[in-house]
Design a binder for this molecule. Structure first.
Ligand code: FMN
Length: 352
């Protein structure tokens, strides 16, 4: 299978030297077509894509920005594609935020992202300290190895389909007044004929946030299928996540962030993640903001669940709506069509 390398030309050529070296190592022996300009992003349907973005010192690459504009303008540009990302910076900041911005745009253009799709090189490469130690190499060696491993996984990845997929919907809202729950209430009946659906409420008081146990202690409890805290997370949520083929997170916007209960759920997933990876499980989200900021929450789900916790991101994984007063979401113009598209997308992703 051939790979398409989308490698926006940097503003200054020296800003690309390190990334060029990493790509040479990662792609050696592979059949690769390289695209360096936004105008070249044509005829990309059903391809395997590796984005490699040199950001330089300031976190800005004008050719990358032109590509971002194209992705946002053309919502079917990457139909049927699967992608991974390498983002290289000259300083300690901006790499992760650029990566989540790109991931959301790529995903909205109907491209899937594999679980853990990002290899990130900060200026110092200090983010590779643990991997370098584990591999017995230096920081640059760990960076090259991670890029190579990403290219290998990208080429080999297939997403499973099922006769009757298990879908786990997680929320932390009141059923009666929540706009987010009202939207889910319309999606659910469009799936019930073919999906086994489980819904779990992570309401106040049922879930303590991660206490940040030392790594070995987290591993110890994780290997026994639990966590230091136990409770609803170990007894109900971990088994449900293990069984699920896909998670659907119901995400009201609280101060431009996921709610505390959902965040606690993601933090507490760490213990389960210590013993298993979630590459074959999808994550979807319904995001509702009162005023603005849905993209911020979608990016939070991408960085936490896809980049960190290894769930794969199906094309157009998130439905993002703006509604404030109770009942407003279901009265939005065109909402029934968007809900039907979202439900169809879940079916198309998971059903045999
Ligand atoms: C604690 C809290 C913080 C909120 N912060 C924001 C915000 O930062 N931006 C925004 O657009 N809406 C914000 N909202 C409004 C909700 O996003 C809005 O009510 C939306 O309909 C989703 O919530 P719901 O599913 O509970 O109805 C906030 C609501 C609450 C309760």
């Amino acid at each position: 299978m051939s790979l398409i390398l989308i490698h926006p030309a940097p503003d200054a050529l020296w800003a690309d030297a390190r990334l060029e070296g990493v790509l040479r190592h990662a792609l050696a022996g592979r059949e690769v077509r390289t695209l360096r300009r936004a105008e070249e992003l044509d005829s990309l349907r059903n391809q395997t894509l590796l984005f490699a973005v040199p950001l330089g010192e300031l976190g800005i690459n004008l050719e990358y920005i032109r590509m971002l504009a194209r992705l946002r303008r053309e919502p079917s540009l990457l139909e049927g594609c699967t992608a991974g990302l390498i983002v290289d910076g000259a300083g300690e900041l901006y790499t992760k935020s650029a990566a989540t911005e790109l991931a959301l745009a790529v995903n909205a253009a109907r491209c899937a992202l594999i679980g853990r799709p990002l290899v990130e090189g900060t200026g110092s490469l200090a983010n590779f300290a643990v991997q370098a130690h584990n591999l017995g190499t230096d920081l640059a060696g760990a960076y090259r190895a991670a890029a190579r491993e990403l290219a290998d996984r990208l080429e080999g990845e297939t997403f499973p389909r099922r006769e009757r997929p298990n879908l786990l919907a997680l929320h932390a809202s009141s059923h009666h007044t929540s706009n987010t729950m009202a939207l889910w209430g319309q999606v659910r009946p469009q799936l019930e004929d073919r999906f086994s659906i489980r819904e779990i409420g992570l309401r106040n008081g049922t879930l303590s946030d991660c206490s940040g146990c030392p790594y070995t202690m987290c591993l110890h409890f994780g290997e026994r299928g639990g966590c230091f805290y136990g409770g609803v997370m170990s007894e109900e949520v971990y088994p449900a996540v293990r069984e699920a083929d896909a998670l659907l997170l119901l995400c009201p916007n609280y101060n431009d962030a996921l709610s505390a209960n959902l965040t606690a759920f993601i933090n507490r997933l760490t213990a389960l993640f210590r013993q298993t990876r979630f590459y074959d499980k999808a994550v979807f989200a319904i995001v509702v903001s009162g005023y603005s900021g849905g993209d911020i929450l979608a990016r939070q789900v991408i960085s936490a669940m896809n980049m960190n916790k290894s769930f794969y991101l199906p094309p157009r994984f998130a439905l993002m709506e703006t509604a404030n007063r109770p009942g407003e979401a279901l009265a939005l113009p065109g909402i029934q069509g968007r809900l039907a598209d979202f439900a169809r997308n879940i079916r198309d992703t998971l059903l045999l």
